[in-house]
Write a protein that binds this ligand. Sequence first.
Ligand code: ADP
Ligand code: MG
Length: 388
Amino acid sequence: MKLLEYQAKAVFEKYGIPIQKGVVVDAVEGIDEKIRGADLRFPIVIKAQVQIGGRGKAGGVKFADTPEEAAKLCGEMLGMDIRGFTAKELLVLEKKDIAKEWYLSIMLDRYSKSPLLIFSPQGGMDIEETARTNPERIAKVPIDPIRGVQDYTITYALDKTGADGQYRDKLKEVVEKLYRMFFDYYTMLVEINPLALDDQGRLVALDGKVEVDDNALPFLPDITAFRDKLQEDPQVIEARNVNFLFIPIEDEGNIAVMSNGSGMLMSCIDLISKKGMKVHAALDLGGGATAERIAEAVRIMLGRPKIDTVFICIFGGITRCDEVAKGAVIAMQKNEAAGKHLILRMEGTNKEEAAKIIAESNLPITVAEGIPNSVDAIYRIKHEKKGA
Ligand code: ADP
Ligand code: MG
Protein backbone atom coordinates (compact mmCIF):
# COMPACT_ATOMS: atom_id res chain seq x y z
CA MET A 1 0.00 0.00 0.00
CA LYS A 2 1.36 3.38 -1.02
CA LEU A 3 0.75 6.23 1.39
CA LEU A 4 -0.06 9.82 0.57
CA GLU A 5 2.61 12.41 1.37
CA TYR A 6 0.94 13.71 4.53
CA GLN A 7 0.35 10.15 5.75
CA ALA A 8 4.02 9.29 5.16
CA LYS A 9 5.05 12.43 7.00
CA ALA A 10 2.83 11.54 9.96
CA VAL A 11 4.87 8.36 10.29
CA PHE A 12 8.15 10.29 9.84
CA GLU A 13 7.10 12.51 12.71
CA LYS A 14 6.67 9.52 15.02
CA TYR A 15 10.32 8.71 14.42
CA GLY A 16 11.54 12.26 14.91
CA ILE A 17 12.41 12.80 11.25
CA PRO A 18 12.08 16.57 10.76
CA ILE A 19 9.07 17.64 8.72
CA GLN A 20 7.30 20.96 8.27
CA LYS A 21 4.01 21.73 9.92
CA GLY A 22 1.17 21.81 7.46
CA VAL A 23 -2.55 21.46 6.97
CA VAL A 24 -4.62 19.16 4.79
CA VAL A 25 -7.55 20.72 2.93
CA ASP A 26 -10.30 19.05 0.93
CA ALA A 27 -12.48 22.08 0.12
CA VAL A 28 -11.93 25.67 -0.94
CA GLU A 29 -14.36 27.00 1.66
CA GLY A 30 -12.69 28.12 4.87
CA ILE A 31 -9.23 27.80 3.43
CA ASP A 32 -8.05 31.14 4.91
CA GLU A 33 -9.03 30.04 8.40
CA LYS A 34 -7.32 26.72 7.95
CA ILE A 35 -4.06 28.31 6.85
CA ARG A 36 -4.21 30.81 9.70
CA GLY A 37 -5.31 28.14 12.16
CA ALA A 38 -2.23 26.10 11.26
CA ASP A 39 -0.10 29.22 11.83
CA LEU A 40 1.38 29.14 8.33
CA ARG A 41 3.08 32.22 6.94
CA PHE A 42 3.11 33.19 3.28
CA PRO A 43 4.51 32.34 0.82
CA ILE A 44 3.11 28.84 0.97
CA VAL A 45 3.25 25.71 -1.13
CA ILE A 46 0.14 23.71 -2.10
CA LYS A 47 0.64 20.05 -2.92
CA ALA A 48 -1.81 17.62 -4.53
CA GLN A 49 -2.09 14.45 -2.45
CA VAL A 50 -1.97 11.52 -4.84
CA GLN A 51 -0.23 8.16 -4.53
CA ILE A 52 2.18 8.90 -7.32
CA GLY A 53 5.46 10.80 -7.61
CA GLY A 54 6.44 13.45 -10.13
CA ARG A 55 3.70 15.79 -8.97
CA GLY A 56 5.93 18.83 -9.30
CA LYS A 57 6.35 18.26 -13.03
CA ALA A 58 2.66 17.45 -13.50
CA GLY A 59 1.44 20.74 -11.97
CA GLY A 60 0.63 19.20 -8.60
CA VAL A 61 2.94 21.46 -6.55
CA LYS A 62 2.22 25.22 -6.68
CA PHE A 63 3.31 28.27 -4.71
CA ALA A 64 1.14 31.13 -3.47
CA ASP A 65 2.16 34.52 -2.06
CA THR A 66 -1.26 35.67 -0.81
CA PRO A 67 -4.44 34.15 0.67
CA GLU A 68 -6.31 35.11 -2.54
CA GLU A 69 -3.80 33.31 -4.69
CA ALA A 70 -3.94 30.31 -2.32
CA ALA A 71 -7.73 30.08 -2.58
CA LYS A 72 -7.58 30.34 -6.37
CA LEU A 73 -4.91 27.64 -6.68
CA CYS A 74 -6.68 25.32 -4.25
CA GLY A 75 -9.83 25.66 -6.34
CA GLU A 76 -7.88 24.69 -9.44
CA MET A 77 -5.98 21.86 -7.83
CA LEU A 78 -8.77 20.12 -5.92
CA GLY A 79 -10.03 17.32 -8.13
CA MET A 80 -7.20 17.68 -10.63
CA ASP A 81 -6.04 14.54 -12.35
CA ILE A 82 -2.40 13.54 -12.04
CA ARG A 83 -1.69 10.60 -14.31
CA GLY A 84 -4.92 8.81 -13.44
CA PHE A 85 -5.05 9.82 -9.77
CA THR A 86 -7.49 12.44 -8.52
CA ALA A 87 -6.33 15.00 -5.96
CA LYS A 88 -9.10 14.87 -3.36
CA GLU A 89 -6.89 16.50 -0.75
CA LEU A 90 -4.15 19.11 -0.77
CA LEU A 91 -1.34 19.62 1.70
CA VAL A 92 -0.51 23.24 2.47
CA LEU A 93 2.86 24.15 4.01
CA GLU A 94 5.21 27.11 4.22
CA LYS A 95 7.54 27.59 1.31
CA LYS A 96 11.02 26.82 2.48
CA ASP A 97 14.31 28.42 1.49
CA ILE A 98 16.23 25.46 0.22
CA ALA A 99 20.01 25.40 -0.13
CA LYS A 100 20.23 21.83 -1.45
CA GLU A 101 17.88 18.99 -2.32
CA TRP A 102 19.12 15.54 -1.42
CA TYR A 103 17.67 12.16 -2.27
CA LEU A 104 17.40 9.49 0.42
CA SER A 105 15.64 6.15 0.38
CA ILE A 106 15.76 2.67 1.84
CA MET A 107 14.29 -0.23 -0.08
CA LEU A 108 14.35 -3.98 0.11
CA ASP A 109 17.01 -5.18 -2.31
CA ARG A 110 16.46 -8.73 -3.43
CA TYR A 111 19.89 -8.91 -5.05
CA SER A 112 21.92 -8.17 -1.90
CA LYS A 113 19.15 -9.70 0.26
CA SER A 114 19.28 -6.69 2.55
CA PRO A 115 17.93 -3.19 2.95
CA LEU A 116 19.55 -0.88 0.44
CA LEU A 117 20.32 2.74 1.23
CA ILE A 118 20.21 5.04 -1.79
CA PHE A 119 21.59 8.54 -1.41
CA SER A 120 22.33 11.44 -3.70
CA PRO A 121 23.29 15.04 -2.97
CA GLN A 122 21.70 15.86 -6.33
CA GLY A 123 18.09 14.92 -5.59
CA GLY A 124 14.77 16.66 -6.13
CA MET A 125 12.58 16.55 -9.18
CA ASP A 126 15.44 15.67 -11.52
CA ILE A 127 16.68 12.56 -9.73
CA GLU A 128 15.97 10.44 -12.81
CA GLU A 129 18.07 12.84 -14.86
CA THR A 130 20.88 12.53 -12.27
CA ALA A 131 20.67 8.75 -12.56
CA ARG A 132 21.09 9.03 -16.33
CA THR A 133 23.72 11.70 -16.66
CA ASN A 134 25.62 11.57 -13.34
CA PRO A 135 25.23 8.07 -11.93
CA GLU A 136 28.38 8.62 -9.84
CA ARG A 137 26.37 11.10 -7.79
CA ILE A 138 24.07 8.32 -6.55
CA ALA A 139 25.31 5.86 -3.93
CA LYS A 140 23.66 2.49 -3.31
CA VAL A 141 24.82 0.99 -0.05
CA PRO A 142 23.49 -2.31 1.28
CA ILE A 143 22.92 -2.19 5.04
CA ASP A 144 23.88 -5.36 6.90
CA PRO A 145 20.70 -6.14 8.86
CA ILE A 146 22.75 -7.43 11.82
CA ARG A 147 25.08 -4.43 12.08
CA GLY A 148 22.56 -1.78 11.06
CA VAL A 149 23.51 1.74 10.03
CA GLN A 150 27.17 2.42 10.83
CA ASP A 151 29.35 5.53 10.47
CA TYR A 152 31.01 3.94 7.46
CA THR A 153 27.63 3.45 5.76
CA ILE A 154 27.11 7.20 5.75
CA THR A 155 30.76 8.12 5.11
CA TYR A 156 30.75 5.91 2.05
CA ALA A 157 27.47 7.39 0.73
CA LEU A 158 28.80 10.95 1.15
CA ASP A 159 32.30 10.27 -0.23
CA LYS A 160 31.13 8.24 -3.19
CA THR A 161 28.78 10.99 -4.33
CA GLY A 162 31.10 13.92 -3.63
CA ALA A 163 28.74 15.30 -0.97
CA ASP A 164 29.84 17.60 1.85
CA GLY A 165 31.26 15.46 4.69
CA GLN A 166 30.37 18.00 7.38
CA TYR A 167 26.76 16.75 7.34
CA ARG A 168 27.68 13.17 8.19
CA ASP A 169 26.22 13.14 11.71
CA LYS A 170 23.03 14.91 10.70
CA LEU A 171 22.48 12.57 7.78
CA LYS A 172 23.25 9.54 9.92
CA GLU A 173 20.60 10.57 12.42
CA VAL A 174 17.94 10.79 9.70
CA VAL A 175 19.04 7.50 8.11
CA GLU A 176 18.91 5.70 11.47
CA LYS A 177 15.38 6.91 12.12
CA LEU A 178 14.26 6.03 8.61
CA TYR A 179 15.89 2.62 8.95
CA ARG A 180 13.98 1.88 12.16
CA MET A 181 10.75 2.92 10.49
CA PHE A 182 11.60 0.76 7.46
CA PHE A 183 11.54 -2.33 9.69
CA ASP A 184 8.82 -1.41 12.19
CA TYR A 185 6.35 -0.67 9.40
CA TYR A 186 7.21 -3.62 7.15
CA THR A 187 7.90 -1.28 4.27
CA MET A 188 9.17 -2.12 0.83
CA LEU A 189 10.28 1.46 0.29
CA VAL A 190 10.73 4.61 2.34
CA GLU A 191 11.83 7.64 0.38
CA ILE A 192 12.54 11.28 1.16
CA ASN A 193 13.00 13.33 -1.99
CA PRO A 194 13.86 16.01 -1.43
CA LEU A 195 15.54 15.83 1.93
CA ALA A 196 16.19 19.54 1.95
CA LEU A 197 19.15 21.24 3.48
CA ASP A 198 17.80 24.63 4.53
CA ASP A 199 19.60 27.94 4.77
CA GLN A 200 20.45 27.22 8.40
CA GLY A 201 22.07 23.86 7.72
CA ARG A 202 19.10 21.78 8.93
CA LEU A 203 17.74 18.74 7.16
CA VAL A 204 13.98 18.60 6.56
CA ALA A 205 11.88 15.99 4.75
CA LEU A 206 9.94 18.01 2.15
CA ASP A 207 8.39 14.98 0.52
CA GLY A 208 7.67 11.42 1.66
CA LYS A 209 6.94 8.19 -0.10
CA VAL A 210 6.18 5.05 1.91
CA GLU A 211 5.15 1.69 0.53
CA VAL A 212 3.96 -0.83 3.11
CA ASP A 213 3.73 -4.57 2.48
CA ASP A 214 -0.02 -5.31 2.32
CA ASN A 215 0.50 -8.59 4.13
CA ALA A 216 1.58 -6.67 7.24
CA LEU A 217 -1.55 -4.52 7.42
CA PRO A 218 -3.17 -6.67 10.13
CA PHE A 219 -0.31 -5.58 12.42
CA LEU A 220 -0.53 -1.91 11.47
CA PRO A 221 -3.89 -0.40 12.48
CA ASP A 222 -2.56 3.16 12.07
CA ILE A 223 -1.64 2.48 8.44
CA THR A 224 -4.85 0.56 7.74
CA ALA A 225 -6.76 3.62 8.96
CA PHE A 226 -5.16 5.64 6.14
CA ARG A 227 -6.77 3.42 3.53
CA ASP A 228 -10.04 5.37 3.42
CA LYS A 229 -8.25 8.32 1.90
CA LEU A 230 -6.54 6.34 -0.85
CA GLN A 231 -7.77 5.91 -4.36
CA GLU A 232 -8.27 2.21 -4.71
CA ASP A 233 -9.45 0.07 -7.52
CA PRO A 234 -13.13 -0.94 -6.95
CA GLN A 235 -12.33 -4.57 -7.82
CA VAL A 236 -9.41 -4.61 -5.38
CA ILE A 237 -11.72 -3.45 -2.58
CA GLU A 238 -14.53 -5.79 -3.58
CA ALA A 239 -12.14 -8.75 -3.70
CA ARG A 240 -10.48 -7.87 -0.40
CA ASN A 241 -13.86 -7.68 1.35
CA VAL A 242 -14.46 -11.33 0.54
CA ASN A 243 -10.85 -12.41 1.09
CA PHE A 244 -9.65 -12.67 -2.49
CA LEU A 245 -6.56 -10.91 -3.75
CA PHE A 246 -7.19 -8.95 -6.96
CA ILE A 247 -4.08 -7.79 -8.80
CA PRO A 248 -4.45 -5.33 -11.70
CA ILE A 249 -1.71 -6.07 -14.25
CA GLU A 250 -1.81 -4.47 -17.70
CA ASP A 251 -4.53 -2.03 -18.60
CA GLU A 252 -4.44 -2.91 -22.29
CA GLY A 253 -4.82 -6.65 -21.64
CA ASN A 254 -8.18 -8.42 -21.81
CA ILE A 255 -7.40 -11.78 -20.26
CA ALA A 256 -8.05 -12.52 -16.59
CA VAL A 257 -6.25 -15.26 -14.70
CA MET A 258 -7.58 -16.87 -11.52
CA SER A 259 -5.83 -19.48 -9.48
CA ASN A 260 -5.33 -20.91 -6.04
CA GLY A 261 -1.87 -19.55 -5.24
CA SER A 262 0.37 -16.74 -6.44
CA GLY A 263 3.09 -19.03 -7.87
CA MET A 264 0.60 -20.65 -10.21
CA LEU A 265 -0.75 -17.22 -11.18
CA MET A 266 2.72 -16.07 -12.12
CA SER A 267 3.42 -19.19 -14.19
CA CYS A 268 0.16 -18.67 -16.08
CA ILE A 269 0.85 -14.97 -16.66
CA ASP A 270 4.38 -15.78 -17.88
CA LEU A 271 3.15 -18.31 -20.43
CA ILE A 272 0.34 -16.08 -21.66
CA SER A 273 2.76 -13.15 -22.07
CA LYS A 274 5.23 -15.38 -23.89
CA LYS A 275 2.58 -16.03 -26.52
CA GLY A 276 2.28 -12.29 -27.07
CA MET A 277 -1.00 -11.84 -25.20
CA LYS A 278 -1.63 -9.46 -22.32
CA VAL A 279 -3.16 -10.20 -18.92
CA HIS A 280 -5.45 -7.50 -17.58
CA ALA A 281 -5.74 -8.76 -14.02
CA ALA A 282 -5.13 -11.76 -11.80
CA LEU A 283 -7.03 -13.06 -8.81
CA ASP A 284 -5.77 -15.32 -6.07
CA LEU A 285 -8.62 -17.46 -4.77
CA GLY A 286 -6.78 -18.79 -1.75
CA GLY A 287 -7.60 -22.34 -0.70
CA GLY A 288 -10.80 -24.36 -0.56
CA ALA A 289 -13.00 -22.45 -2.97
CA THR A 290 -16.65 -23.50 -3.16
CA ALA A 291 -18.89 -23.12 -6.25
CA GLU A 292 -20.27 -19.87 -4.80
CA ARG A 293 -16.78 -18.48 -4.22
CA ILE A 294 -15.67 -19.33 -7.76
CA ALA A 295 -18.80 -17.71 -9.21
CA GLU A 296 -18.22 -14.64 -7.04
CA ALA A 297 -14.60 -14.39 -8.15
CA VAL A 298 -15.58 -14.56 -11.83
CA ARG A 299 -18.26 -11.94 -11.21
CA ILE A 300 -15.69 -9.58 -9.64
CA MET A 301 -13.35 -10.18 -12.59
CA LEU A 302 -16.05 -9.40 -15.11
CA GLY A 303 -16.58 -6.10 -13.31
CA ARG A 304 -13.69 -4.96 -15.51
CA PRO A 305 -15.37 -4.45 -18.89
CA LYS A 306 -12.10 -4.97 -20.78
CA ILE A 307 -11.90 -8.60 -19.77
CA ASP A 308 -13.28 -10.95 -22.42
CA THR A 309 -11.50 -14.18 -21.50
CA VAL A 310 -11.18 -15.69 -18.03
CA PHE A 311 -8.67 -18.43 -17.36
CA ILE A 312 -9.22 -20.45 -14.19
CA CYS A 313 -6.30 -22.65 -13.24
CA ILE A 314 -6.83 -24.91 -10.24
CA PHE A 315 -4.32 -27.41 -9.03
CA GLY A 316 -5.71 -30.09 -6.74
CA GLY A 317 -5.41 -30.04 -2.99
CA ILE A 318 -8.42 -29.03 -0.96
CA THR A 319 -10.31 -27.54 -3.89
CA ARG A 320 -12.78 -29.94 -5.46
CA CYS A 321 -12.95 -29.80 -9.26
CA ASP A 322 -16.72 -30.40 -9.39
CA GLU A 323 -17.21 -27.36 -7.14
CA VAL A 324 -15.02 -25.29 -9.46
CA ALA A 325 -16.99 -26.51 -12.48
CA LYS A 326 -20.31 -25.69 -10.82
CA GLY A 327 -19.02 -22.23 -9.95
CA ALA A 328 -17.89 -21.66 -13.53
CA VAL A 329 -21.33 -22.67 -14.81
CA ILE A 330 -23.15 -20.38 -12.35
CA ALA A 331 -20.90 -17.49 -13.37
CA MET A 332 -21.25 -18.06 -17.11
CA GLN A 333 -25.04 -18.25 -16.92
CA LYS A 334 -25.17 -14.66 -15.69
CA ASN A 335 -25.77 -11.59 -17.81
CA GLU A 336 -22.32 -10.11 -17.20
CA ALA A 337 -20.83 -13.16 -18.91
CA ALA A 338 -22.48 -12.53 -22.27
CA GLY A 339 -19.90 -12.73 -25.03
CA LYS A 340 -17.16 -13.82 -22.64
CA HIS A 341 -15.23 -17.05 -22.73
CA LEU A 342 -13.91 -19.15 -19.89
CA ILE A 343 -10.98 -21.56 -20.01
CA LEU A 344 -10.78 -24.06 -17.21
CA ARG A 345 -7.81 -26.12 -16.17
CA MET A 346 -8.40 -28.38 -13.16
CA GLU A 347 -6.36 -31.01 -11.47
CA GLY A 348 -7.56 -32.88 -8.40
CA THR A 349 -10.56 -34.54 -6.80
CA ASN A 350 -13.59 -35.31 -9.01
CA LYS A 351 -11.93 -34.12 -12.19
CA GLU A 352 -14.03 -36.37 -14.49
CA GLU A 353 -17.26 -35.31 -12.86
CA ALA A 354 -16.23 -31.70 -13.34
CA ALA A 355 -15.57 -32.19 -17.05
CA LYS A 356 -19.03 -33.73 -17.37
CA ILE A 357 -20.71 -30.78 -15.68
CA ILE A 358 -19.01 -28.43 -18.13
CA ALA A 359 -19.81 -30.56 -21.19
CA GLU A 360 -23.49 -30.72 -20.25
CA SER A 361 -23.72 -26.99 -19.60
CA ASN A 362 -23.40 -25.97 -23.28
CA LEU A 363 -21.74 -22.75 -22.18
CA PRO A 364 -18.67 -21.10 -23.73
CA ILE A 365 -16.34 -22.91 -21.35
CA THR A 366 -13.29 -24.79 -22.62
CA VAL A 367 -11.70 -27.45 -20.44
CA ALA A 368 -7.96 -27.89 -21.05
CA GLU A 369 -5.20 -30.17 -19.72
CA GLY A 370 -2.19 -28.44 -18.15
CA ILE A 371 -1.15 -24.81 -18.40
CA PRO A 372 0.55 -24.84 -21.86
CA ASN A 373 -2.54 -26.40 -23.47
CA SER A 374 -4.77 -23.90 -21.72
CA VAL A 375 -2.67 -21.04 -23.02
CA ASP A 376 -2.92 -22.51 -26.55
CA ALA A 377 -6.70 -22.66 -26.09
CA ILE A 378 -6.81 -19.01 -25.01
CA TYR A 379 -4.74 -18.11 -28.08
CA ARG A 380 -7.05 -20.02 -30.41
CA ILE A 381 -10.20 -18.53 -28.91
CA LYS A 382 -8.86 -14.99 -29.17
CA HIS A 383 -7.82 -15.49 -32.79
CA GLU A 384 -11.13 -17.07 -33.73
CA LYS A 385 -12.86 -14.04 -32.21
CA LYS A 386 -10.68 -11.70 -34.23
CA GLY A 387 -11.32 -13.72 -37.38
CA ALA A 388 -15.10 -13.77 -36.87
P1 ADP B 1 7.08 15.35 -6.31
O1 ADP B 1 8.24 14.53 -5.91
O2 ADP B 1 5.83 14.56 -6.37
O3 ADP B 1 7.32 16.13 -7.57
P2 ADP B 1 7.78 17.09 -4.09
O4 ADP B 1 7.11 17.12 -2.78
O5 ADP B 1 9.10 16.45 -4.12
O6 ADP B 1 6.80 16.44 -5.15
O7 ADP B 1 7.88 18.57 -4.59
C1 ADP B 1 8.50 18.90 -5.82
C2 ADP B 1 9.47 20.04 -5.63
O8 ADP B 1 8.80 21.16 -5.07
C3 ADP B 1 10.60 19.73 -4.66
O9 ADP B 1 11.68 19.10 -5.30
C4 ADP B 1 10.96 21.12 -4.15
O10 ADP B 1 11.85 21.76 -5.04
C5 ADP B 1 9.64 21.86 -4.20
N1 ADP B 1 9.03 21.91 -2.85
C6 ADP B 1 8.28 20.97 -2.28
N2 ADP B 1 7.89 21.33 -1.04
C7 ADP B 1 8.43 22.54 -0.83
C8 ADP B 1 8.44 23.47 0.26
N3 ADP B 1 7.77 23.22 1.38
N4 ADP B 1 9.12 24.62 0.10
C9 ADP B 1 9.77 24.90 -1.03
N5 ADP B 1 9.82 24.09 -2.07
C10 ADP B 1 9.17 22.91 -2.00
MG1 MG C 1 9.50 14.38 -4.38
